[in-house]
Design a protein around this ligand. Sequence first.
Ligand SMILES: Nc1ncnc2c1ncn2[C@@H]1O[C@H](COP(=O)(O)OP(=O)(O)OP(=O)(O)O)[C@@H](O)[C@H]1O
Ligand SMILES: [Mg+2]
Length: 299
Amino acid sequence: MAFWSKRQTEHVISPQPQTPTESVPAESVNPLAKIDKIIAIASGKGGVGKSTVAVNLAKALEQKGARVGLLDADVMGPSVPIMLKLPTPTRMNGKLVVPPQHGNTKVMSSAMFAPQGRANIMRGPMAGNFVRQLLLQVDWGELDYLIIDYPPGTGDIQLSLSQTSPMTAAILVSTPQDIALADVGKAAQMFETLKLPVLGVVETMSWFVCDQCEKRHFIFKQGGAETFAKRLGIPLLGQIPLDPALTECSDSGEPIVTRMGNSPSAQAFYEAADKILGELSVLQEQKHDGLLSFSLTWQ
Ligand SMILES: Nc1ncnc2c1ncn2[C@@H]1O[C@H](COP(=O)(O)OP(=O)(O)OP(=O)(O)O)[C@@H](O)[C@H]1O
Ligand SMILES: [Mg+2]
């Protein structure tokens, strides 16, 4: 049974453990069937800026004309509905919930089904089921990209997500200091175990430019993610400054790429989005080459 049902005019949560056959929809109604690429935004570490990157990347891709969906998979600490000021879904399409939109981006989050400010208190398996339903019982339609904002950690929910959906790749997010990068390294190991390609790392809070001197101040250490990326042999996809305007935009429900598109932080997100698209093309070519060599070997 779906966790959302209509009671009066509101959707309410009733996360029910499901049998495996119930949780995987039939091919004909698979809501992920028309999604070209599914991308995980993860870090292992909490509070480093995953949701900020996920939201601004989604909106940057939308501005480029892509059809984008954004799933907030952080059922314990959902932030996307605040960052995008989103309402509760109001429509169903058959058994699927129609996701609300921010501009043209389709968005889904557990917070849309909880009374405002209430915690989702649940054990790991229940949280895993919940997040699977957020993915599989939503009318995503045709999308070029579904961006998934992962919760921190390398546990039940992360594994459920990575094993439920046909993921294309993961992007790691980290601040520059060693303490954050240590946990981000664990997320990289998780994706290696799951055989999911890691596109690279986006560094956040890389430096602060004060309005008096225009100089970059490296509050959390300089070049941490670059060194980390070299060690793992993955690209550094971008560096986002520590910017009070970014916090302000997130808190007010309007991402910086929408509200202040010319700001240095928004430009940093656009550069990261371009680099990510470049890496996705490389990945696609590698897959294509892989298939060609398979067919040659097969013959
Ligand atoms: N580059 C930045 N400059 C200023 N503030 C930032 C920056 N990146 C993130 N923040 C702020 O830091 C806080 C944490 O960011 P965010 O919620 O994106 O992190 P998270 O990794 O998703 O956290 P969690 O692990 O709890 O989900 C938010 O208030 C956000 O607005
Ligand atoms: Mg988050």
